[in-house]
Design a protein around this ligand. Structure first.
Ligand SMILES: Nc1nc2c(ncn2[C@@H]2O[C@H](COP(=O)(O)OP(=O)(O)OP(=O)(O)O)[C@@H](O)[C@H]2O)c(=O)[nH]1
Ligand SMILES: [Mg+2]
Length: 299
């Protein structure tokens, strides 16, 4: 748990620095001036907490506080209250399909997830269902050699649905704990490619309904992540979000509007390019990590 917290903290360094920069001059103040609030609002928007959430936080902070004049605690408890009824993670399905726009980290995340499940003592099989990028299979093969997960690929096939079908069939036959399907990157305005995704899901559904679809979004893209999630959901139900590249961005606040405005749980955050740079999303660690480096904040 400590390491989970520590890694979350590390992943949020840039976001935290941005927020702290604004908060710094507010320490010790009980009531915030209009200028303070404006500066804070600006910084929360830049950290990607979104207009809706930022407005609520600012309104709450405008209220006189009787119980505490510690801004860290006030900020955290406001967010915690807001997120109380947000959707929570569900247990993982046997088949996990990774979708998203180009370059958001699907292939890397698929491999990292494999490593994550392996660490939990589970066996995993990865299905390389990206038929568009020749290098995609090679990329996964290298990960597979390094991490020791099984790989199903078929470079001769141009039909990702049939590769997914074969891969999942093979995984179910072998009683594999987690079967992860890596799909090709696609833009949500490409009707054909989006329909292809629908087909992959439909074909896999013929053999099992124990499947979840995760959308990888690059945290650096900020509010665009919201659009991607909405658009993908128009084609296939998205069960959760994986926020990648959190290590490289100050916009790590995006997890909040994703949960609050889209009602989607975040399952993992990616904080680097190595196999173990994937952290199970833990709301409390995340909220604390947004503004503090210490584990000791109690809400
Ligand atoms: N810093 C950092 N880099 C990451 C993270 N996740 C992925 N990357 C890098 O992002 C780049 C793209 O990752 P891929 O996994 O190939 O992305 P993809 O979504 O599979 O790409 P396409 O299949 O082309 O759509 C690679 O250089 C990865 O190493 C992360 O959490 N942090
Ligand atoms: Mg890929």
């Amino acid at each position: 748990m400590f390491s989970l917290f520590k890694k979350t903290i590390q992943g949020l360094t840039k976001t935290r620095n941005r927020i702290k920069h604004a908060f710094g001059s507010l320490i010790g103040k009980k009531y915030l001036s209009e200028d303070d609030l404006e500066m804070l609002e600006d910084c929360l928007i830049q950290a990607d907490l979104g207009w809706e959430t930022t407005d609520v936080i600012i309104d709450e902070l405008k209220k006189p506080s009787s119980n505490s004049n510690n801004w860290e605690e006030r900020f955290n408890s406001i967010l915690k209250n807001l997120l109380e009824n947000s959707p929570k993670q569900k247990p993982f399905a046997q088949v996990l399909m990774i979708v998203g726009i180009n370059g958001t980290g699907k292939t890397t995340t698929s491999a990292k997830m494999s490593a994550w499940f392996k660490e939990k003592g589970e066996n995993t099989l990865l299905v390389a269902a990206d038929t568009y990028r020749a290098a995609a299979v090679e990329q996964l093969r290298q990960w597979s050699n390094k991490l020791g997960f099984q790989l199903v690929a078929n470079e001769k096939s141009a039909d990702p649905a049939s590769i997914a079908f074969d891969g999942v069939t093979s995984g179910l036959t072998k009683n594999i704990d987690r079967i992860i399907i890596d799909t090709a990157g696609r833009l949500h305005n490409s009707e054909n490619l989006m329909q292809e995704l629908v087909k992959i899901k439909k074909v896999v559904n013929r053999i099992t309904t124990d499947i979840q679809t995760f959308l990888t979004v690059d945290a650096n893209t900020g509010q665009n992540a919201m659009t991607q999630a909405k658009e993908f959901s128009n084609y296939i139900p998205i069960d959760g979000i994986i926020l990648t590249k959190m290590d490289g961005t100050a916009k790590g606040g995006i997890a909040i509007p994703i949960m609050l405005e889209l009602g989607l749980p975040v399952y993992f955050i990616g904080v680097g390019e190595q196999a173990n740079d994937l952290i199970l999303f833990d709301q409390e660690s995340y909220l604390n990590g947004l503004i503090s480096e210490k584990e000791s904040i109690k809400i």
